[in-house]
Design a protein around this ligand. Structure first.
Ligand code: GLN
Length: 501
């Protein structure tokens, strides 16, 4: 059996191969586990690989397939970002604080995917507590970009994005608080969707900034993302912000009959915020974005200029609100019940202080300090309250924009993947790179990033589409039709043509 056709195949083809008994789930999972063993020492996309658990789940999936009770993801391997709790397995959140934490329960997303018969290969690397845009702040070392090993994969879900880009897993979960699904998808040349806030349960998702955190899906294509996202959504009473809505079959919607096959996007108006095309973006990203928009027009969409006048305030607002919530959420890591505890300490205060100083890395400590500062008496009004007002203005901008267009498009990031270490001494520079993604989280809207070209160094460029609340299907369908007409999403990093296939 040769591995290549299965390693490269879209999830729908893997489904057919499993159902037609061309390959068993055990064989398929073994191919990916072997590939991880061969390639991940250099990429570092996984923190934990669960070989035994994956093979046991694959055997159960094979039984379901044989019994004729398989669903779309039964027997399909995937990776979980290490921010999702997994029963009986390490869940580290990329932190020394949780380096030995074995969760007693599964996150809602994890149990939904288990119930669907998907096979978890293990847990993927991430910025510590999902704080970052590069996956360099992980306690377990940085993940490397499969397109250029001396560059970052983006973050904070960089392990999941790199795993899918390197085909160490066909699909993977992620979370997006300020861009952590869309930006690494763009840096790694894959597709990633962050749904409307509340669509994916946050139960068992280790909290960073609860009013912004949202689970999302990575795949090589919109169709693969659609299959994964459909299986991740659904009301969960254990998350008080979970929305009670019927689960949509996003993949089926991609294949809805078209009035005009040559113009599948006829009737779609795409808004182009003038603020997203101002200075600050590289010429190569500008050119790739323009070419992608031309393609959307060829497919029948109409584009028009719109304005999001407060979008440039998203970074200051986000970098007050997210650390404020983080400082509160992370106060639970006190060294008492679980997590890292200092070996020696004088008294209770000293134990808290030492445990947290040793357990948290520099970026997490920076955010806790910023967060407690902006929430403190005397500064709350000046920072936190102002940021909340900006958040409302940004959401209002989008509400107005969506009276003029169906989707909003622009680059996912103003830059392509930077060199490892390039932003080490300048955290603010890294924050600024989140300019196009953070407004979407502040408004609670869905967004997708899909491949749209490469820069001169051969690093991927992503295009972001933003939808109104619950427009996931529209985002995925637009991306799907773009991908039917282009091949950016089919390009693969050079390591995939090597001997491991
Ligand atoms: N880069 C942003 C941050 O550092 C977003 C991270 C995320 O979405 N988890 O907070």
């Amino acid at each position: 059996m040769t591995a290549a056709p299965f390693i490269d195949a879209p999830v729908s083809a893997l489904r057919r191969a499993l159902d037609d008994k061309k390959i068993s789930s055990v064989e398929l999972v073994t191919l990916f586990l072997d590939r991880i063993a061969a390639l991940d020492t250099s990429i570092n996309a996984f923190i934990t690989v669960d070989r035994d658990g994956a093979l046991a789940a694959a055997r159960a999936a094979d039984a379901r397939i044989a019994a004729g009770t398989a669903g779309p993801l039964t027997g399909i391997p995937l990776g979980h970002k290490d921010v999702f709790c997994t029963e009986g397995m390490l869940t580290t959140c990329g932190s020394k604080m949780l380096a030995n934490f074995v969760s007693p329960y599964d996150a809602h997303v994890v149990s939904l995917l288990k119930a669907a018969g998907a096979v978890s290969l293990g847990k993927t690397n991430m910025d510590e507590f999902a704080m970052g845009s590069s996956t360099e702040s992980s306690h377990f070392g940085p993940t490397r970009n499969p397109w250029a090993s001396d560059h970052v994969p983006g973050g904070s879900s960089g392990g999941s994005a790199a795993a899918v880009a390197a085909r160490l897993a066909p699909i993977a979960t992620g979370t997006d608080t300020g861009g952590s699904v869309r930006q690494p998808a763009s840096f790694c040349g894959i597709t990633g969707i962050k749904p409307t806030y509340g669509l994916v349960s946050r139960y068992g998702l280790i909290a960073y900034a609860s009013s912004l955190d949202q689970g999302g899906a990575f795949g090589a294509s919109a169709e693969d993302c659609a299959l994964l996202l459909s299986a991740m959504t659904g009301f969960d009473r254990r998350d008080s912000t979970s929305l009670e809505r019927p689960v949509e079959d996003y993949a089926a919607a991609l294949h809805a009959p078209l009035a005009d096959a040559a113009k599948p996007l006829a009737g779609l108006t795409i808004g182009l915020p003038k603020e997203f095309f101002a200075a600050g973006m590289s010429d190569e990203i500008r050119a790739a974005t323009a070419a992608a928009l031309d393609q959307y027009r060829k497919l029948g969409a109409v584009t028009r200029e719109i304005s999001l006048p407060n979008a440039n305030l998203a970074i200051p607002a986000y970098y007050v609100i997210a650390p404020a919530e983080a400082s509160s959420n992370l106060s639970r890591f006190d060294g008492v019940r679980y997590g890292h505890r200092a070996a020696t300490y004088a008294d209770l205060d000293d134990m808290y202080c030492k445990s947290r100083s040793e357990g948290f890395g520099a970026e997490v400590q920076r955010r806790i300090l910023v967060g407690t500062y902006v929430l403190s008496h005397g500064y709350y009004d000046a920072y936190y309250l102002q940021a909340q007002k900006l958040r409302r203005l940004i959401a209002e901008d989008f509400r107005r924009a969506f009276t003029e267009c169906d989707l909003i498009a622009g680059p996912t990031s103003p830059v392509t993947a930077w060199a490892l270490g390039a932003m080490r001494d300048d955290p603010v520079q890294m924050y600024l790179a989140d300019i196009y993604t953070t407004p979407v989280n502040l408004a609670g809207l869905p967004g997708i990033s899909h491949p749209a070209g490469f820069d001169a160094a051969g690093l991927p460029i992503g295009l972001q589409l933003i939808g109104n609340y619950f427009a996931e299907s529209r985002l995925l369908t637009a991306t799907h039709h773009f991908q039917q007409a282009t091949d950016w999403h089919l390009r693969q990093p050079a390591l995939l043509t090597d001997a491991q296939k």
